[in-house]
Design a protein around this ligand. Structure first.
Ligand code: ATP
Ligand code: MG
Length: 421
């Protein structure tokens, strides 16, 4: 797991805020489901012969002898939960989730063993309209985050499960002819899950695959029509895409249109979002036949992109706006009350009231270190025989002199000064 420290978590908060606002504006509702599920759920959905299930899951027997796994992705658990609670019975649903996922991979930049995803899943809508809606949602998120110029959408039509069965048979026959030149992985997979061989990173295997039968030749007319309508809708919306006939996803439940948003800003870890239709999954997991479509986004990769491209807005990078300094004895109660008053009037501002006493200079230093823009200075000075209370405001992001204000006007002045910087 990549630890997330306070400065970085501000970028996370920003990304999360943008995602929440986009899903809300599309009318999607949050669903939560556990990080632990029966291992069988993932085997049945993602597929026994996939990298995720074969190599990447954290699985163990619990005290009852049940084999459980930490979720490597969200769709399986989302379908399990939605079906179990009757959300899929003859209904349309637009859902979203977020949370940690776990895969035993080699950790490197943008690839972690515990990472986080945002996902959306839409149930009960068969047409390309919903595929395009979820793509439009992702597109809107990139737009909001300023990432649109840095991502590309790649799409492919992988056909129905029947199409793929026919294709898999043809591919197996082809691979059998070249068995001697295949590596161990490919040999093993050519019978159990031949389409996974297409994913091979081995150049020698890829060379053989150049002459393999093409999936596109096995895709049924219905699938082709769906795919063409989807493309026409994307063009109509001005959402740019590129067809990539080699794009197959690492999970078996997909059908028809699948896609990935990729970036060149992250080096090798180029995928930021992957998804597609999974019309058979609900029934396969024991529910009523319910068509579905959705995607998942890797949050760490978005955070890395935003930081490396310097796209996090200034206000999202600041945790603290106002630092309340108290100089003199017995000002604590009054200072805390003033801080409460400021928080109530300025609910979006970060207001820290100084703790631990000390001289003005040491407190002001803390205010600078905290990154505050404004210091509110409450002080008591001796003036002849009486102690007189003063309230001053000092900008910390400019050389302006501190100004003296009355208690009655402090809230308005603070609001004004924060708005001005
Ligand atoms: P990759 O090709 O990089 O391994 P993937 O195809 O395995 O990605 P998906 O299963 O499609 O990934 O998951 C959706 C998104 O989750 C990915 O596009 C990526 O942004 C993110 N993701 C996947 N695995 C990891 C990981 N180990 N660490 C961080 N992010 C990840
Ligand atoms: Mg992967």
């Amino acid at each position: 797991m990549n630890d997330i420290l306070p400065g970085e978590s501000l970028t996370w908060q920003y990304v999360e805020g943008c995602f929440r606002s986009v899903v809300k504006s599309f009318g999607y509702q949050e669903i939560r489901f556990p990080v632990l599920e029966q291992t069988q759920l993932f085997k049945r959905s993602i597929g026994e012969v996939t990298d995720i299930v074969e190599k990447e899951m954290y699985s163990f027997d619990d005290r009852n002898g049940d084999n459980l796994s930490l979720r490597p992705e969200g769709t399986a658990g989302c379908v399990r939960a939605a079906d179990q609670h009757g959300l899929l019975y003859n209904q349309q649903q637009r859902l979203w989730y977020q949370g940690p996922m776990f895969r035993h991979e080699r950790p490197q930049k943008g690839r972690y063993r515990q990472f986080h995803q945002f996902g959306v899943e839409a149930f009960g809508m068969p047409g390309p309209d919903i595929d395009v809606e979820v793509l439009q949602l992702a597109h809107q998120l990139w737009l909001k985050l300023g990432l649109l110029p840095h991502v590309q959408l790649e799409i492919n039509n992988i056909g129905s499960s029947e199409d793929r069965k026919r294709y898999a048979a043809a591919l197996t026959a082809f691979l059998e002819q070249h068995e001697a030149s295949l590596d161990e992985d490919a040999k093993r997979r050519m019978h159990s899950n031949p389409m996974r061989v297409l994913d091979s990173k081995n150049p020698q295997v890829q060379e053989i695959l150049a002459d393999a039968p093409a999936l596109a030749d096995y895709v049924s007319d219905d699938s082709v029509e769906h795919y063409q309508q989807l493309q026409a809708l994307l063009r109509g919306l001005g959402i740019e895409f590129r067809e990539n006939p080699r794009l197959v996803r690492g999970l078996d439940y997909y059908n028809n249109c699948v896609y990935e948003w990729t970036t060149e800003a992250l080096g090798a870890q180029g995928a930021v979002c992957g998804g597609g239709r999974y019309d058979g999954l609900v029934a396969q997991l024991g529910g009523r036949d319910t068509v579905a479509a959705g995607f998942a986004i890797g949050i760490e990769r978005l955070v890395l992109m935003l930081e490396s491209l310097d796209l996090v807005p200034e206000q999202a990078r600041r945790a603290i706006d106002v630092y309340l300094i108290m100089v003199g004895d017995n000002l604590t109660a009054q200072g805390l009350a003033l801080a409460a008053q400021l928080r109530q009037a300025l609910p979006d501002a970060g207001i820290v009231s100084h703790c631990g006493g000390g001289k003005y200079n040491s407190q002001v230093k803390k205010a600078f270190n905290a990154g505050a823009r404004l210091a509110v200075i409450l002080e008591r000075r001796d003036s002849g025989s009486e102690a007189v209370q003063h309230l001053r405001l000092r900008r910390l992001d400019s050389d302006d002199e501190a100004i003296t204000v009355e208690l009655a006007e402090v809230v308005d002045k603070v609001r004004e000064m924060l708005a001005a910087s």
